[in-house]
Design a protein around this ligand. Structure first.
Ligand SMILES: [Zn+2]
Length: 124
């Protein structure tokens, strides 16, 4: 299964995630969270579809806590404009959101080089 619930984020990421969404809003960006925790089966699907660089267990989306509950240290976002999801990763709002995430201390996968860039992906 995949989750978009902020409850499935690691506690140390939850607060930053809230700040991130608020800061994006303040900059006029309409950002939605499209994935927080991703199970091993769904990670394999994402890998096979070339939507992720990571095999199951390698992604910070796959992390669980000591009790086995989802505790993802990553989230993916989507840009919304005029009520529509914008899938184009070159859209300026993804770049603007990336910079906001970095200012909050997150790692933004839009910076990654040498492998698949994921402008929608942020992690601790
Ligand atoms: Zn991601």
């Amino acid at each position: 299964m995949s989750s978009r619930s902020p409850e499935d984020l690691a506690p140390e990421l939850r607060e930053i995630h809230i700040q991130f969404i608020q800061e994006c809003k303040r900059h006029g960006l309409d950002i939605v969270t499209i994935c927080t925790y991703r199970s091993a089966a769904d990670q394999q699907k994402a890998y096979d579809a070339k939507l992720s660089n990571c095999k199951p267990g390698q992604s910070k989306h796959n992390l669980v806590n000591a009790q086995g509950k989802p505790a993802a240290q990553a989230f993916d976002v989507g840009v919304i404009r005029n009520g529509k999801y914008i899938g184009n990763g070159k859209d300026h709002d993804y770049i603007a959101a990336g910079k906001i995430g970095e200012e909050l201390g997150l790692k933004w996968a839009g910076r990654w080089t040498g492998k698949l860039k994921e402008v929608a992906h942020f992690e601790l």
